[in-house]
Design a protein around this ligand. Structure first.
Ligand code: NAP
Length: 241
């Protein structure tokens, strides 16, 4: 089979490694990161040009199935995949790691969007550990009363808060490391998207009694959905090609 794997996540890289020996896998990345980790199989980089561009690509590249293993917050790409696959008649599977749920000792505040997080933030704390990724930093630009430690893989672009320290780093992170970071910077509140996956920062925040502002996910795309790369392999087998 020829599989187009919409990537940019750990699950996508893992899935590429699992199926590249058996099928032709083309991982697609948006091109946001200058030095992405290379998956097994083929790699293409850059947008498709909207729904029509993606539909054209599926036809031209003779794609048999699309697996959308993009980040849960990459809602535009996921929406395009639903529409393009329907237009061309190509099956689509979505791989989404489960979101996080609060446990005993957590003080979480869930909001629907980055803008809602920015509106609530000053009431929760003024020294902020911002882990929403570089594209999420602009939403907090108007909050002059807060100080931000913003961690991202690439430097932020666009507007940024006035009181900002940028920490360029890529996970995985450890609980010890996150605890040290939160303590050293006297962080009063952690902001995160509900990305799911390893969550050392959430464990450290719980241990230190730091409140967490959690931005909820956009709705999942309307397509069959599994939560792991292994489950995706099983689903792909059901196509019987
Ligand atoms: P997005 O807002 O949903 O997509 C915006 C546009 O970027 C899409 O319309 C598409 O352009 C292009 N695009 C996005 N993902 C693509 C892919 N895998 N391959 C080719 N083109 C892609 O996406 P985003 O939130 O900016 O995320 C971009 C990438 O970063 C994704 O691969 C995602 O998995 C990864 N990522 C995102 C986050 C996050 O928090 N959003 C976090 C970690 C990793 P065209 O319309 O031209 O096709």
């Amino acid at each position: 089979m020829r599989i187009l794997l919409l990537g940019g996540t750990t699950e996508a890289r893992r899935l590429a490694g699992l199926v590249a020996g058996e099928h032709t896998v083309i991982t697609s990345l948006a091109g946001r990161t200058t030095d992405p980790l290379r998956p097994a199989g083929e790699l293409r980089i850059g947008g498709f040009g909207g729904v029509d561009g993606l539909a054209g690509y599926l036809r031209d590249a003779d794609v048999d199935v699309v697996v959308d293993a993009t980040h849960p917050f990459a809602a535009t790409m996921s929406g395009h995949a639903v529409l393009a696959c329907a237009a061309v008649g190509v099956p689509l599977l979505v791989v989404r790691r489960p979101g996080w749920t609060a446990g005993p000792g957590d003080e979480w505040h869930r909001v629907a969007s980055l803008d809602a997080a920015a509106a609530l933030l000053p009431r929760l704390g003024r020294r902020v550990f911002l882990t929403t990724g570089r594209q999420g930093i602009a939403a907090f630009a108007g909050l002059d009363e807060c100080w931000f430690l913003a961690r991202s893989v690439e430097p932020p672009t666009g507007v940024t808060p006035r009181n900002l320290e940028v920490l360029l780093d890529r996970g995985p992170f450890t609980v010890d490391g996150e605890r040290e970071l939160i303590t050293r910077h006297r962080v009063g509140v952690l902001v995160t998207k509900d990305s799911g996956g390893p969550a050392a920062k959430l464990v450290a925040a719980r241990e230190l009694g730091v409140p967490v502002l959690v931005v909820d996910r956009p709705p999942a795309p309307a397509a069959p959905l599994v939560s792991t790369a292994d489950a995706a392999v099983t689903w792909l087998r059901t196509l019987g090609r």
